[in-house]
Write a protein that binds this ligand. Structure first.
Ligand SMILES: *Cc1c(COP(=O)(O)O)cnc(C)c1O
Length: 219
């Protein structure tokens, strides 16, 4: 499965984040030995523990809801945080990254789904902030793009429209705020069920779990 997905992604120049949440280190190592180096997790404790146990050239991405008081546990090593959904969280990431003299790449998460359970920033709140001096003072975070999750539905047209929305948000930020920043280039969208649509709509990073590792068992 990994090989098949990687071939599809190579053709479209999209990065694969292998979502390994709930999966044992043995399964991650198996994929590591096939060459995969970027893995995504959504819980701080699990992420920190897997970081300890696995090879240090793995790039760990935090993709799930992140509480401010837990940023400190991943700040020493995390490779990217996809789930920046508030200004306060961004400022906390900056504060913790400074302690380790690091610059942490971050994605701004926007709510594109209709489900209430999905988190995200509002453009009306974040765009003025990104133009402020408070934001320019954050030297230990780098905003490298946007992230979003589509509604969990069989309605392909709705999913496609939500991905289009995220691409529009990306384009707006690129022109209005990050025109000079070459590092602002990522659109993290697409999961096991909808990654093909996401790629058609301009995804640069897909987060795929169950398709690679099999279904998750939360018991
Ligand atoms: C679990 C998860 C994924 C992967 O989901 P699959 O459907 O298993 O591919 C992607 N993104 C986020 C934020 C997740 O929590």
């Amino acid at each position: 499965m990994l090989e098949k997905i990687l071939t599809e992604l190579t053709n479209s120049d999209t990065t694969l984040v292998a979502v390994s949440k709930t999966k044992p280190v043995s399964q991650i190592l198996e994929m590591y030995h096939k060459g995969q180096r970027i893995f995504g997790e959504n819980r701080v404790q699990e992420l920190a523990q897997k970081y300890e146990e696995l090879p240090k050239d793995i790039e760990w991405h935090m993709i799930g809801h992140l509480q401010r008081n837990k940023v400190k546990y991943i700040a020493p090593f995390v490779g990217m945080i996809h789930s920046v959904e508030s200004i306060q969280l961004l400022e906390e990431i900056n504060k913790q990254a400074r302690k380790h003299d690091r610059v942490i790449p971050c994605l701004l998460q926007f709510k594109i789904a209709t489900e209430d359970s999905k988190h995200g920033l509002q453009r009306s709140e974040i765009i003025p902030y990104l133009s402020s001096s408070a934001f320019k003072d954050l030297e230990h975070v780098r905003i490298v793009g946007v992230m979003g999750m589509a509604t969990f539905t069989d309605d392909i047209l709705q999913v496609r429209n939500e991905f289009k929305q995220l691409k529009t948000i990306f384009n707006q930020l690129k022109t209005e705020v990050f025109a000079e920043a070459a590092s602002f280039r990522e659109i993290s969208m697409g999961m096991s069920g909808d990654y093909a649509i996401a790629i058609e709509e301009g995804s640069t990073m897909v987060r795929i779990g169950s398709l690679l590792f099999g279904n998750r068992n939360y018991n």
